[in-house]
Ligand binder design. Structure first.
Ligand code: NAD
Ligand code: 6OD
Length: 501
């Protein structure tokens, strides 16, 4: 395999005997009672062995996080924390190639993608929230009192405490730091449970945290699975003060149940079944470029990705042909080669799930425009979990393929005639995460954007992110908003002080 072999404390990626560690109280803690294999999805080769935390290891991590709240971290000013978080960002950038190689090995995503999105965003998340915390304000109210002297109310913020951060595998470093950075900026301490599929970069970050001067116990990482494993032990731990989770809607339900014990706050960023709405007056080149990314980027494993494409009838045939050409140009293969534009799915298990939808689409009467199977690749990539980028038309709106999140590189294209009708189709979903609207008529764009029932709408773009904006989903796509001041709201507890004058 053409990969760099980054070495760092606690994890030696690519080495034959590589073992990851938990990161607890500022130290890499090696094996638990058992361990599991972490495989490179592009070839199926074992990358490293990962310890599975038992409840005692999770308890150690939570205790370390609790102690750290009362230590130097809890006494630091926002300015001091901000300086340290900027050092964390610098540390990621200084080890850019190591993080890149580890992320590509864990996920199989093309290096060209991870170098533009995942790793720079890992650093940007720390810089943005290091800034954000310095501009955080609270409200004040003067009130009248019967004696005429009045009273002054002002709010103060403090950290919530120990935050459990449970993460998925599709954008591991990006999504983990999206939560860890604001949590730490606000003075909390964290215990992170990365996905069992992508444990490496969260572990590497431990070394960066130590080098940046983050005190022991502020950032902890425990490895393992979800149910009956580290994820459940962590989210049901009574000494966790808040839970932030990104992942599937069904897992979000389990996490809400765990959070209900002790009435802990949760922030949930969940699944989606997103629509792109392409109007006949769009700029066709821009729409094709954007929808191609929305459907196929990261092999379709982006919560914001499009699996339902609605195209106004006059341009339906032309659009479908051009999207087909774009899909067929994607090049699967070695993710470390610059020419590769399509990585594998995360695992064979996930490939089985995606292929089961490819079979369902056929059974539900789809016309296959392109794809539908497994690409032929030379060894060792023939053992990877690749699938063909796939486009269908003709699926009924109530089919499983149109209603359920597949999380693969595929979409169904549907013609439409009326603006109101396409808004109704887009909204007819249990999910409400993201939409992209493609039109050169800005009056229409504003009108439609105001009616689509999602948390995030893009007009003539997709996954264009300003980290100060509210991010999250409606309906079954989540609870709460993160980003900018909204993250600060979740990661702080507001308290009012009323002073009688
Ligand atoms: P998942 O829900 O299977 O797993 C996510 C994490 O939860 C993993 O770390 C897992 O070990 C843990 N987990 C599983 N069961 C648990 C339990 N009972 N208790 C505690 N922890 C548990 O999700 P995934 O397959 O890793 O990720 C893909 C999903 O994530 C898709 O549905 C995608 O749409 C969603 N996602 C949403 C967003 C968003 O911002 N809305 C972003 C990325 C991914
Ligand atoms: O960009 C982000 O901040 C974010 N949370 C992206 C989520 C992508 C989902 O796969």
């Amino acid at each position: 395999m053409n990969s760099a072999v980054p070495r760092y404390q606690g994890a030696a990626v690519g080495a034959e005997t590589a073992r990851l560690s938990h990161f607890i109280d500022g130290r890499f803690v090696p094996a638990g009672r058992s361990s599991f294999e972490n495989r490179h999805p592009a070839t199926g080769e074992v990358i490293n062995l990962v310890p599975e935390a038992d409840s005692a290891a999770v308890d150690d991590a939570v205790k370390a996080a609790r102690r750290a709240l009362k230590g130097p971290w809890g006494k630091m000013s926002e300015q001091q924390r901000s300086v340290i978080l900027r050092k964390v960002a610098d540390g990621i950038m200084a080890r850019f190639d190591d993080f890149l190689a580890a992320e590509v090995l864990d996920t199989g995503k093309p290096k060209s993608l991870a170098s533009h999105i995942d790793i720079p965003r890992g650093a940007a998340n720390f810089n943005v929230f290091a800034d954000q915390v310095l501009t955080l304000s609270t409200e004040t109210f003067r009130m009248a009192t019967p004696d005429g002297a009045g009273a002054l109310n002002y709010a103060i913020r403090g950290p919530r405490g120990v935050i459990a951060v449970v993460c998925p595998w599709n954008l591991p470093l990006l999504l983990m730091t999206w939560k860890v950075a604001p949590a730490l900026a606000c003075g909390n301490t964290v215990v992170v449970k990365p996905s069992e599929e992508t444990p490496t970069t969260a572990t590497m970050l431990g070394e960066i945290m130590n080098e940046a001067g983050v005190p022991p116990g502020v950032y902890n990482v425990v490895h393992g699975f979800g149910e009956d494993s580290a994820g459940e032990y962590l989210t049901s731990h009574p000494d966790v003060d808040g839970i932030t989770f990104t992942g599937e809607t069904r897992t979000g339900e389990a996490i809400m149940r765990a959070a209900s014990k002790g009435v802990r706050p949760v922030s949930l960023e969940l699944g989606g079944k997103n629509a792109s709405l392409v109007f006949a007056d769009c700029d066709m080149d821009k729409a094709i470029e954007g929808v191609t990314r929305a459907v196929f980027a990261n092999c379709g494993q982006v919560c914001l990705g499009t699996e339902r494409v609605y195209v106004e009838r006059p341009i339906f045939d032309q659009f479908t042909q051009r999207l087909k050409q774009a899909a067929e140009k994607l090049k699967p293969g070695n993710p470390f080669e610059t020419a590769t534009t399509l990585g594998p799915l995360i695992s064979q298990v996930h490939r089985d799930k995606v292929l089961s939808y490819y079979a369902k689409a056929k059974a539900e009467g789809a016309e296959i425009i392109t794809g539908g199977g497994i690409p032929e690749l030379p060894a060792p990539f023939s053992a990877g979990s690749f699938v063909e980028p796939t486009i269908w038309t003709g699926l009924p709106e109530d089919s499983a393929v149109m209603r359920e999140e597949i999380f693969g590189p595929c979409c169904n294209i549907v013609p439409f005639d009326e603006e109101d009708a396409v808004i109704a189709l887009a909204n007819d979903s249990p999910y409400g995460l993201a939409t992209s609207i493609w039109t050169e008529n800005l009056t229409r764009a504003h009108r439609v954007a105001a009616q689509v029932e999602v948390g995030i709408t893009w007009v003539n773009s997709w996954f264009l992110r300003d980290l100060r904006t509210p991010f999250g989903g409606s309906k079954q796509s989540g609870i709460g908003r993160e980003g900018g001041v909204h993250s600060m709201e979740f990661y702080t507890e507001l308290r009012n002080v009323c002073v009688k004058l």
